[in-house]
Design a protein around this ligand. Sequence first.
Ligand code: GDP
Length: 309
Amino acid sequence: MALKNIVVLVGGVGGVKLAHGLAQILPPENLTVIVNTGDDFWHYGLRVCPDLDTVMYTLAGLVDKTNGWGIADDSRAMLAALRRYGEDPWFGLGDQDLATHLLRTQMLHAGQRLSEVTAALTSRLGILHPVLPMTDAPVRTMLDTVEYGELEFQTYFVRYRWQPTVKSIRLDCIEQASVSPEARAALERADAILIGPSNPWLSIAPILAVPGMSQLILSRNVPRVAVSPIVQGQAVKGPAAKLMAELNYDVSAQAVGEYYGDIITGFVYDERDTALNLNHKQVTSFDTIMIRDEDRVVLARKILHWIEE
Ligand code: GDP
């Protein structure tokens, strides 16, 4: 089977590792990255899209590799200046990073769609692979917590360092969202659809919840394969495992595979885990822990090879 066009759905730091690996082996016309925008928010009047930024900075080779987000060696003079005004700027906007948010906000105010804005920003950074927001409409991931009631995503994730106990998740304004023409076209011509090892509940669920998105993916009779972000009962990074326990799921790769249900036809879990079985689905295990850049390419190649077989 010849796989030509691949679409990968991702959030930020976890999913982008696979997208980056794929981008190093597939030409721009054969790979499209669709990104969660439920984390997007307004901050000091600027539109900040953390997952889109992580994907852009990674594909452009600008990312801070230690954090996995932000721009390498960025300074924080603006944040220090805000503090001089007595502000408590809890979201780490770097000085170079600020340029992205200024330009994005300006383009959005001029009436461009987020897909158009992202295309302009990525091309100016020299990124050739299409990077698409899951929708052009603003959607907000809201978390109902035991300690603080309902919190916007970044307040939960960054301000409170994902420590509050989550009772439920809601996607504000999702009813008004729709799949963009660019994302629709990419999914319609995909020969395989991948789901990166992103947080299923916080990064992938918002993408799948865009009205029409799941139906479109399910209508494609092509391999649809997710990679587990849970390895040996733990998240590689971030709140996925804690969140799974709070939402009463078993914290395991198996539970992630089951959560994706019919959306996927195949599932990749880590070879450190015990063998798992998902009804009517192809499963395989690889070393999915991507530490070095080469690890990303190796895993991307293995997954494409497995799907092709
Ligand atoms: P976020 O929006 O920035 O939190 O990023 P994602 O949702 O895309 O990624 C977060 C998830 O990536 C976490 O659940 C991690 O467990 C997972 N993750 C991070 N690095 C790796 C890795 O190298 N391998 C695997 N399998 N999962 C990873």
